[in-house]
Design a protein around this ligand. Structure first.
Ligand SMILES: NC(=O)c1ccc[n+]([C@@H]2O[C@H](COP(=O)([O-])OP(=O)(O)OC[C@H]3O[C@@H](n4cnc5c(N)ncnc54)[C@H](OP(=O)(O)O)[C@@H]3O)[C@@H](O)[C@H]2O)c1
Length: 434
């Protein structure tokens, strides 16, 4: 049996996918009994040098040829406009689709999955989260019998590289970003990564799969790492914590917390040890307990590996008639909404003068909002704060027990106005993920 595969977008991932389909075609045929034949690859520019030479007879500049000739259409263009219309057009024509486009699926996934369901075609999206890590497949198949309780993910390699450099070498955010750029881990415009959007796209997709309905992307709480200071990384380290950009999806009663923000994890936790450009996802199910998936979250070959796994999956299950598909939409009928009032531990850092009574006045306000203190760290080091000249200013760190986000924000609003607090307080959430 032969299945015809076409790719639109021959860039980083498209080239890797074409290469894998051509170089490992016999291997895949031996394993599955199906011949997955690459029939067409569309790209707007064939003059650019690529890591793999796509045979001339497969090339086109017209994506419609791919739609015409393929059973499975692989969208690897990226972006949300053309990619969306391409996928919907493929679906209308009864083609199965594979995509790595997390941005598109986070914002328009519901529409795409529902349309595909109506038309009886499949959308493969393993490569949209965690690059080469088969985490979508794990949620859909390996963990299918579980009620998912929580997902914690390090889902963006660029930010994990930057935070690892800051933690291990004591460099600033800007220095670490520059190094990430030099090594090709960060884009010229790194906003999607460092401002947390890429991780937010991915956790939105995972949440939908885990909890059975699409959550509006604009309601996801997103805070990136651009304002993370070396001082907090250092002070956290002294307290036994490692800073990560953590994507969290957690079921709490009839609500789901979906959030991405810099997070302190105890340095002994498995996720805290995930360093450099690596990604990892911890999934907690009611029967399985906690499981962790680790690997390369991006790059041409790891991502191609995930794309090809979807192609084969669709080929084997659909064309052999053994398809049981868990889609990210529509299986959970209860009303799950996004919870904004998180319940978490907090690291709070205040810049204060080094004199008696300061801690007492801050802790009084915290107590007023039912926030209980777990630990206090005051350093003798002096902070330079623009515009503040009166006496030495030192960092005062307070670790809280679990508290509600709303109470923390209200307390900080009051503390900020205390005469002893000379700069905006720093707030970093603290999680126990494993
Ligand atoms: N790179 C990764 O490691 C990675 C990992 C996971 C997921 N992804 C996702 O995979 C997708 C592709 O990413 P990528 O890194 O491979 O991007 P890329 O290198 O920019 O490749 C996209 C390719 O599509 C071409 N293209 C643009 N418009 C087209 C059109 N109308 N018809 C045909 N081709 C067109 C682009 O050509 P021009 O450059 O000439 O415009 C480019 O060659 C994105 O959704 C991305 O988020 C990437």
């Amino acid at each position: 049996m032969e299945i015809r595969v076409g790719i639109v977008g021959c860039g980083v991932v498209g080239t890797g996918t074409a290469r894998m389909l051509i170089e490992n075609r016999n291997l895949i045929r031996k394993k599955t009994g199906i011949d997955f034949r690459l029939v067409k690859v569309a790209d707007v520019d064939w003059s650019r040098k690529r890591e793999f030479h796509v045979p001339e007879d497969l090339r086109t500049t017209d994506y419609r040829e791919v739609l015409e000739e393929s059973d499975i259409v692989v969208e690897l263009v990226g972006g949300t406009d053309f990619a969306k219309s391409l996928i919907l057009e493929a679906v209308e024509r009864g083609r199965h689709v594979v995509t790595a486009n997390k941005h598109l699926l986070a914002v328009s996934g519901e529409e795409i999955f529902l349309r595909a369901k109506e038309k009886g075609v499949r959308i493969g999206f393993e490569a949209s989260v965690g690059g080469g890590i088969p985490v979508i497949k794990a949620l859909r198949e390996g963990l299918v019998g579980n009620r998912i309780k929580a997902i914690y993910g390090i889902l963006n390699g660029t930010t994990n590289y930057i935070l690892t450099e800051m933690f291990e070498k004591g460099v600033s955010f800007e220095e670490a970003l520059e190094e990430a750029r030099r090594k090709g881990y960060a884009e010229a415009d790194p906003a999607l990564d460092v401002d947390g959007w890429d991780a937010a796209h991915k956790i939105t997709i995972l949440s939908s799969l885990a909890f059975g309905r699409y959550f509006p992307f604009e309601e996801v709480y997103v805070e990136g790492i651009r304002n993370v200071s070396g001082l907090d990384v250092e002070l956290g380290k002294e307290l036994g914590y490692t800073l990560k950009l953590l994507a969290i999806a957690k079921k709490v009663d009839s609500e789901v917390e979906i959030r991405v923000h810099p997070t302190f994890l105890h340095s002994e936790e498995a996720l805290a040890k995930v360093s450099g450009v690596y990604n990892a996802v911890m999934i907690e199910g009611d029967f399985v307990g906690r499981t962790m998936f680790y690997g390369q979250g991006a790059g041409s070959h790891p991502t191609a590996s995930a794309v090809v796994s979807d192609i084969v999956d669709i080929g084997v299950s659909v064309y052999r008639g053994v398809s049981v598909e868990i889609t990210p939409v529509d299986w959970e009928k209860s009303d799950l909404s996004i919870r904004k009032n998180f319940y978490s531990r907090y690291y709070l850092r205040f810049s204060v003068p080094d004199r008696p009574g300061v801690l007492a006045s801050i802790s009084r306000v915290l107590a007023d909002f039912n926030i209980s203190i777990a630990a206090v760290l005051q350093k003798e080091m002096v902070c330079e704060i623009a515009g503040v000249k009166n006496g030495p200013i030192v960092p005062l760190v307070i670790l809280t027990h679990k508290a509600y986000e709303k109470d923390i924000q209200k307390a900080l609003g009051e503390i900020e106005n205390l005469p002893v607090v000379v700069d905006k307080p720093v707030v970093i959430r603290v999680e126990e993920a494993s």
